[in-house]
Design a protein around this ligand. Structure first.
Ligand SMILES: Nc1ncnc2c1ncn2[C@@H]1O[C@H](COP(=O)(O)OP(=O)(O)O)[C@@H](O)[C@H]1O
Ligand SMILES: [Mg+2]
Length: 302
């Protein structure tokens, strides 16, 4: 069975992608070429005059599509995509991120179009469409690091983020539940890297809301003693259990019925998470680690 390298669902179409997935991402049913490899990237970025990286830990590039050549190119400004190659220290991170974003999408979380694409040397990289552009114009995107005027992205709590969402969001009810479900899902897939720069508010005219999901990975399968959570929940980063998430829901002022619905929704998704991990582009060893992690997290939450 061939799986689409964007949504990872089966495809009978030629090549490795659904036409609809490519259209969503690039506006054309054709996978563009990437005429450079990871090794070329630092030179490419510098030669455009761009900063070495968009804020963040991993090497990545701001990209635009040259529709005429059907190729991706590195740009200093006006990029409409972000390209993230495999970093040397984290095995198959692009496959990991693509999978976790697909899991989030399956659970109804807002996820920008994204996919895996071969670079010039055949290595897969992860490409995601920018959510902070509208017809070429930038939208304001403020990370929680900026909003909370933090100095350390790993110091803070999900409750503080919740408070900022409650203060600023246009649709508080929807955004707090969305935030709560992303926090639960992060725990279930072993995403211990949702620090203050991986949460943001997007400002679109008069509407302010939780930015779409990004940098969503299972860090647990790459870092053996990874913490349960990058930020505290109910005062803890580790040994998290159901009562800690109950306390988070209460702090977000989510009523008990809505919180129970979210727990129920996530609880019902265990088989989906397991199946998607198995049918992913991760290698056998990482798939096993992920399905083990998911099983043990479900046990702790229920
Ligand atoms: N799809 C996107 N659209 C717009 N901005 C994004 C998108 N993905 C990431 N960013 C921004 O770029 C920064 C770095 O990207 P991220 O995926 O978090 O990389 P890293 O793994 O290096 O932290 C993020 O903090 C966020 O502000
Ligand atoms: Mg990040």
């Amino acid at each position: 069975m061939k799986l689409c390298l964007c949504c990872q669902k089966p495809t009978d179409e030629d090549g490795r992608y659904h036409a609809r997935c490519l259209k969503q991402l690039f506006g054309a049913a054709r996978a563009p070429k990437i005429p450079f490899s990871v090794a070329d990237l630092p030179r490419k970025i510098i030669s455009t005059g761009a900063r070495m990286s968009i804020s963040g830990m991993q090497i990545k590039a701001s990209i635009r599509l040259d529709a005429e050549k059907s190729a991706l190119e590195v740009v200093a400004s006006g990029g409409t995509y972000i390209l993230k190659p495999e970093p040397s220290q984290f095995e198959e991170l692009p496959q990991n991120e693509n999978l976790c974003m697909n899991i989030a999408a399956e659970l109804g979380i807002n996820v920008p179009p994204h996919g895996l694409f071969p670079m010039a040397d055949g290595q897969l990289c992860y490409v995601i469409k920018r959510f902070d552009r509208r017809g070429g114009e930038p939208l304001r995107n403020e990370t929680m690091f900026q909003i909370l005027e933090a100095t350390d992205k790993y110091s803070g709590s999900l409750e503080q983020i919740g408070k900022a969402i409650r203060e600023h969001a246009t649709n508080v009810g929807l955004d707090t539940i969305d935030f709560f479900e992303r926090a639960l899902l992060s725990f279930l897939i072993g995403n211990g890297d949702m620090h203050l720069k991986n949460w943001a508010l997007l400002i679109d005219g008069k509407k302010i809301g939780l930015a779409p999901c990004y940098d969503f990975i299972s860090s647990r399968i790459l870092i053996p003693n990874e913490e349960d959570s990058a930020l505290t929940i109910n005062g803890k980063k580790n040994k998290l259990k159901r009562p800690d998430f109950d306390a988070l829901a209460a702090s977000l002022k989510i009523d008990s019925k809505a919180a129970a619905n979210s727990f129920e929704k996530l609880r019902g998704a265990e088989e989906t998470l397991r199946r998607m991990a198995i049918h992913s582009e991760l290698n056998t060893k990482l798939r096993q680690k992920l399905t083990d992690a998911i099983a043990s997290r479900y046990k702790r939450l229920t």
